[in-house]
Design a protein around this ligand. Structure first.
Ligand code: GLU
Length: 185
């Protein structure tokens, strides 16, 4: 079972995300990652292996600045454990990042649809479909990020908890759950 965590507030997000992920380590995982909005863009760091590998990569969080972020420890179901399949999964433009606990049952047909629209995929995960589909609605339908997420949710099937951030909405985390636990605090 994976773990997801998000933070928005006044403090630096990255160390808090790492601490949250450490508390979720007991659930088991094969890789870990974070995405933090640095004031201009989403900075993503992720790595196969122990949380310590990620923590060393970003100097215990000191290497990434920003007060909004999401983090993940992955238990692979779709795509081998690898750096590229680790979460957060990011949309084509890099402006939308998603962490996900669970399975998107109909990811294959949605991926085929998006590929027909010319959307390139970089991972083997079902989760990347969520990031790319949100961006598809965000750009094609010219709606806000919350509405784009809503349109995506009406298309995906499965059980999931999701944490979503968008570089154009640096004061919000979108949290979603269906048949998977998620706590707001
Ligand atoms: N199905 C997703 C994946 O394989 C999420 C797995 C998880 O819950 O960690 O990347």
């Amino acid at each position: 079972m994976c773990g997801i965590v998000g933070f928005i507030g006044k403090e630096e997000a990255a160390p808090i995300l790492l601490d949250g992920l450490a508390r979720l380590e007991y659930r088991g995982y094969d890789s870990a990652g974070v995405a933090v909005f640095d004031g201009k863009r989403l900075k993503v760091a992720k790595a196969k292996g122990r949380l310590q590998v990620l923590s060393d990569m970003i100097q215990a969080g000191a290497a990434i600045h920003g007060t909004l972020g999401i983090g993940h420890t992955r238990w692979a179901t779709h795509g081998a454990p690898s750096d590229v399949n680790s979460h957060p999964q990011v949309s084509r433009s890099g402006r939308i990042a998603v962490v996900h606990n669970g399975i998107i049952e109909n990811y294959a047909e949605l991926k085929a649809f998006l590929q027909e629209q010319g959307v390139p995929f970089t991972s083997d995960t079902d989760t990347e479909v969520v990031a790319q589909l949100i961006e598809y609605f965000y750009e094609t339908d010219q709606v806000g990020i919350l509405e784009a997420v809503g349109r995506c949710l009406r298309r995906i099937e499965g059980a999931y908890a999701l944490g979503i951030i968008c570089a154009d909405a640096p004061d919000e985390i979108i949290a979603v759950r269906k048949d998977s636990p998620l706590i707001l605090g």
